[in-house]
Structures are given as C-alpha cells and as structure tokens.
Design a protein around this ligand. Sequence first.
Ligand code: PEP
Ligand code: MG
Length: 899
Amino acid sequence: MAKSAKKAPAKKSGKSVKRVYFFGNGKAEGGATMKDLLGGKGANLADMTVVPLPVPPGFTITTDTCGDYNDLGQKLPKGLMDEVKLNIAKTEKATGKKFGDSKNPLLLACRSGAKVSMPGMMDTVLNIGLNDTVVEGLAKLSGNERFAYDSYRRLINMFGDTVMGVDHEHFEHELSAVKKAKGVALDTELETADLKEVVERYKHVYKTHVGSPFPMDGLKQLEAAIEAVFKSWMGDRAIKYRELNEIRGLRGTAVNVQSMVFGNMGDDSATGVAFTRDPSTGENIFYGEFLVNAQGEDVVAGIRTPLECNSEMGKWSQKSWKELLAVKKTLEERYKDVQDFEFTIEKGKLYMLQTRNGKRTAAAAVKIAVDMVKEKLIDEKTAILRVDPASLDQLLHPTFNPKAKKDVIAKGLPASPGAAVGKIAFTAEDAEKRFAAGETNLILVRRETEPADIGGMHVAKGILTSTGGMTSHAAVVARGMGRPCVAGAGALQIDSKAKTMIVNGKTYGDGDVLSLDGSLGEVYDGAVETQKAELSGPFGILMKWADKYRTLKVRTNGDTPTDAKVARGFGAEGIGLCRTEHMFFDVQRIHHMREMILASTIEARKEALLKLLPYQREDFIGLFQEMKGLPVTIRLLDPPLHEFLPHNEKDQAELARSLGKSLEEVKNRVQQLHEANPMLGHRGDRLAVTYPEILEMQVRAIIEAACESKKAGVKVLPEIMIPLAGTKAELDYLKKYTVATANAVMKEKKVKVDYMYGTMIEVPRAAVTADELASTAEFFSFGTNDLTQMTFGYSRDDAGSFLPEYVKKEILPRDPFQSLDVDGVGKLMAMAVKLGRGVKKDLKCGICGEHGGDPASVEFCHNVGLNYVSCSPYRVPIARLAAAHAALKASGSKGYSTK
Ligand code: PEP
Ligand code: MG
C-alpha cells in the first residue's frame, strides 16, 4: 500500500548534495534505475544516451531539488545555479555550441519530468537562450531566417505564458492580427518579415503585462524556467492530477534541460510522437504521428493535423522511416515493453527526446503481455505483472465506446463496474412492472436502495443512487448481480413520488434515458453507445498463467445459481459467502418472512418458517449443482428483522389484511423492531440466539439440500457460517442446535454428509479472542465490511458524508471500505489468523468482505496466509490475477507499473 508520508528533504548541511546529472554523447551520470531522483524522463534520457540512441545532450535537476525548492518557500537552493552553469559548459562541449553566443548559439529546452508521468500537467519552455542578437546568429548559422524568428516568437510566447503568467490569449490576439493583415490562415504561411513583426508585437505584450522587457540574458531565462517548472509541481492542475490518480509520496518533479533540436528548420525537418505498438488494441504496429516543419508543441496542441507515420512517413523520407522502425525494435528490446516516445528530425537527422512505458487500455495490456511472451521478450511471470488486475474490469463488462460523445451530468462512486443504458424507473416496483411489460432497458434511480428493492435491481440494467457509499446496500447487491451501479451521486435530487430527478437545473422524468459508467462513477445524459466484453484469446491465456502462479484460492460471493454459474465461468473455486437473506426478497418468500416476523408465538413462527424451508432447500440444491463439489459457504440470517417489513402505511395495511391482523398490530411490531443503531443491534447471530428456530430451519434446509444432492450423485461441501459472533459462548450455544438439526436430518434422510461449522470474524472481539473461537469454529471468514465498520467506528452506510474528505486531505490513504486498512483492520486479521491457527493448525481462513476483490487487499490476504478470497462474480478474474501478482511479488518478482 502506498504511504502518504513524504521522504526526508535532501541533506542541506555537511557534504553537498549532487543536484544535477549530465547526459550526452554516449555517456550519462544517471541511469534507468534512478527514476526516484531523476524522474521517469530524466532516467530514460540518461539510459537512451548510453544505448546509444541519438539523444540531444543535456542534464537533469533532481526531484529532491524541487522538494527543497518548495520546502524553502519557493526559493532555489544555494549553489544550484552554479551546478547548472557547470553542466551548461558540459553541454556546450558535447554539442560544440555556446550558450549566449550569437555566432554558434546553443539553445536549451526546459521540461518537467516527475517519477510518475503526469502528461500536460506541468510546464515546458523551449528555445531558451534566444534574444535579439542570438536570433540573428541562429538565422545565419541555419541559413534560415524564417526559422530563427519563428523560434524566437515561440520562446517569448511560452516564456511569457508559462513562466510569467501572461495569458496565451494576448499573444494569440497579436498573431491573428498579423495573419489577418497578411490574409493567411496558417502560421506556416507567414514569412520572415511577418514573424519579425510578430516578435515585436509579442515583446510589447510581454512588457505591457509583466512590467519589464523580455529578458535578453539566457541564463536568467533558464533560471526562471527552472523555477516555473518547480512551481508548476504545486500548481492546482498538478495537485488535482495527483489526487485523482492517487499519486502520493513524491517530493517533486525533476527538470530536464536539453540542447534544442529543431523540427521546424524546413521541409526536411519534422517532429512526432509514437508508440511501439497500438495502445488501444495492442496490435504490433508502429503507431505514431508526425508534422513536417514543426516544433513539438504543435503536435500536442493539435494546431495542425499530424500525418500518420505508417502511411505517410515513408513517402516523406524513406531514411527517417527506416530509422524509426529500427528505433521501435531497439526500444522494445531494451525496455521489454511498449514505449511511448517523442522524436524530432532536424535536417534529416533523427533525435530522441523522450521514451517511457506507454499507457494502454486493458485489452491492449493483455494482448501485449501475451504477445511479448510469444516473441520471447518477456517471461510469463513478467507478463502477469504487466497487467493491472483492477483494469480487467474494463474487459469483463460491456463498456462505452471510448469514441462516443458523452455529456456528464453527475459523478458518484464507481460502485459496480460496467456500462448501462436505459430509461429511468424511480421505484423497484415500477421497474418490475415495466420489465414484465417488455421494457428491458431500465435504470433504477433511487435516493438509496433497500433490501425490498432487490427485484427492481434485478430487472434493471443499472442502478443509480444519490446517497450511500461503496458498501451501501445498492453497491453490494449491484456488484453481486453484476449490475453497473453509480452510488452516492450527491448532485441528484430524487423525488420518487413526483417521479423526478433534478440535476444542474434540468428535470428528468421516468421516460428519460440515462447512461451509467459504473467503472468511472459517471452519469451521462441520453444513450451512449456500448461495446461487448471479449474474454477469449489473450485474456484466457493470461488467466491460465495467473492460475499457475497463485496459491490463494478465489471463491465468489453469490446467492443464486445464476451468480454461481457466472462466477464458475470466471473461474471461481467455490462460494465464499451466500447471504441467505437475499433469498427472502422474492414476493412470495417475503410474505412468509413477514408472517414469521409478525408471529406472536413460537409455534406460529415455526409454521411460517416451515413455509420458507422448501424455497431455501431448492436454492441450496441449485448452488450445490452449479458448484459440483466445490465448497459452498452458507451464512445464516444476518440483517435486522425490520429490514423485511414494509415502512409505509399502505403496504403495512396490505400486509395486515393478508395475514388477518390489524394494522395496529403490524405498526406496533415495526415500532418494536425499530432500533437506534441497527448495525449494532439485533442482527447476525444475535437473531439465532434469540430465535434458534430460524437457525434450525436454515440448517435443515442446507442439510436436506446436501443429502438430496448427494443422493442425486452431486458431490457437496457445505460450510455453515455464523455471522457477527463475538464470543466462544455464542458459537458453542449455536453449535448445539446446528449439530442436533444436522444429525436429525441425516438420520431422516439416511444419508451422511460432511459439513463444516464456522464463523465470520466481523467484530473486533472475535479477532482478539480468535483462539477461543477457533476451539469451536472449524473455519474463519473475515467479514471485513463489518470489521472495518466496527474497527474504525465508521457506519458503513453513512461514511459517504465524511470519508471522501479524509481521503482528499490524506488523513486516510484511501477509503477503508474499498481497500483494506492494513495497519488497523489488517492487524486484527493477522492476529486472528495467528491465534486461530495456534489452536487449529490447519484452520481454513478466508475473506468475504468487499475487499476480497480489491487487488491491494488481495495482496495483503496472500501475505497474511489466508486460504482464499471471495468476491462478487465479476471480480473473480481480478482476484485471480491479483493473487498471482501477490504470489510473484512475495517470491521476489519485480512489480510493474505503467504509471
Ligand atoms: C462483511 O461484513 O464483510 C460481510 C461480508 O457481511 P455483510 O456485508 O453482509 O454484512
Ligand atoms: Mg457483515
């Protein structure tokens, strides 16, 4: 887990700190392994220099220097500029040019480069060193006056804009005026005299807004540019980017100062960017674009439309095209991965300006990893580590076409991945009715969902709520069902009675169409085009390799045979959690459930339970059949009973009528079951302690189903699991009923089945006294949703109102309901495993909280010695890959990141 703690600043006293690293002409002081200190770009420039690839000489100022700069209240550390001057001298020697010399000028580029790439987030200044006399010299030397003045006006613009904060618009305004007077549309159509005028106008803009003339001293320009890069690290844009991408623990950006090469020296010059393979599909083709007679920022800024390298570069220059194809091969052989690189061709000579591991889609990541093994560039273990497990989400669900137009109307939590499009339904009942009438594309929109909404959630294509967090009811159920869900989209005002949803002043009704991206947590207006998941080919190969190296088993949380089937398809090795209460929400069953809850005598309660028994038995038979001998962990009833009762008067009256009771009686019971804090109230095994007959019915259903399945030739491995236990005495008490019921059923059926009796570890006391619990329990399953809730004392249903702030302010590294709090909850888990296994050496331990599908948590589970993780069906492949990562990392294979 990434720590938010920052590294100590570079030592400022005693031995002086080396802040600047030179590279050029085949030699470099830095290297590929120094990304922490030199940033990704600096480390790779040094490395490419020694390959050798044609890298313009220059030097890198360390990331620690940026940290010191900001620690010193935005002041350059003492001695830095002396070191910079020394390195300018080295660069002069390597290039044979001189900084500030009008006869043979060296010009410099100044670029940011953090350890983790942050594209477009920080500043760049090119052509540093130009002034009114050097520009003349450059014109003579290059024999291209137009080019010299074009470069000069770019410097004034870039320096004015990024270093001094003069709005780019002011420069643009002058450029447009000159173009208009000349009657041309493109910058390239301007002639030398025009560009000279642009330079004068830009200098005027600069002076007007800065208050002093544009600096003629190259060293001053460079110093200010270095400062600007350091400052941009703490700019709003960069801070936001780091926040969104969870980039933490870095002190600053490096600065790369490099001799300029020019893609704008004429029609034999060009600049471009390329990937060594297609980053969207993974196809092994050169994938790049270039612009003739242009500087780097023209390609990035999209001022002119670039040409495609594959089809156009050869026509422009066979020599350059062949060189680039050779570079593709060299880069991949060197870095064993797809590279994203920038190049410039100056008067026919190719230069490399940067290379880094290319960002890619999940589909491309999988294909590239598998292809590179076939090409013998990497081995299977490296291929596994190349694919970010969490990114598999993109492959398992339908997704939105990345090219489709999207109008984001609200953002919430990415509670359950996938893309969904449909018309709004404001109640579960309405969704079910409309579905029955043939309307199959529906989005259930609720303030929050409740257990009674399950039917509507089931028929909906997607679920959207305005409150609730990642472990809210909506999120948990949606993930289990594989329904895309965006939860806690606070900007939505939902009125289910009026059937309206208001957002940004626009009102949506139940005929309006929405699109949800449950992987991003985004809500779009209207229907966005989707595309299907692709699970065969390279994906299948990669998953086979993952299975070969992982030791942790992966089960699924599933309540229905359909869940079980989907999960088996994804490679689940059993059911780690069947939440039996989910089986009670069907219209028929909930009626009997309510009858049971409203029963005033134990006999009446038993009678109602008897009506539920066959339903449960059939469900369990279905699960056993799908799981074909794999373990099936069935948890006994967990939620507080009030969740099953209707809360509005109309439904209460209907219930009273159907049960032959008075409305008063129903209301009283609802009142009686009301709790101030239901999460800490009458739920979990406390229900079984007070109503053992509920446990008896459920155990009977499990064992009857097991006996029948066994008779039918299906191998069964039921594991009966007690929720929320905190003491050994509770487990002992409930075990008596469990064993007695199971024995009675086996006797009746004349079949013997093996089953296990175990407990969830969900309350801190259970973890702390796990040795005692293990003398009764035959297995442990960590319910980390509740364990997190109770360890932190954060209500899992209400944490949405403050947890995002905690994460934003780095008080917590991440939402502990999404990714396990290793230092707190994890410590309890480690303690419980150790204590438990101290009593029963081979005690089976698993996890069934939502964390079971989170890659960082899976890694922790591997390291703490769990036997399995269990997660929702669609996260099973993610957990399989994450388990392989964990095993490989623990055995010393190097982790990998494309960041
Ligand atoms: C848990 O608490 O982690 C768990 C799996 O149970 P539930 O989410 O149903 O409370
Ligand atoms: Mg729980």
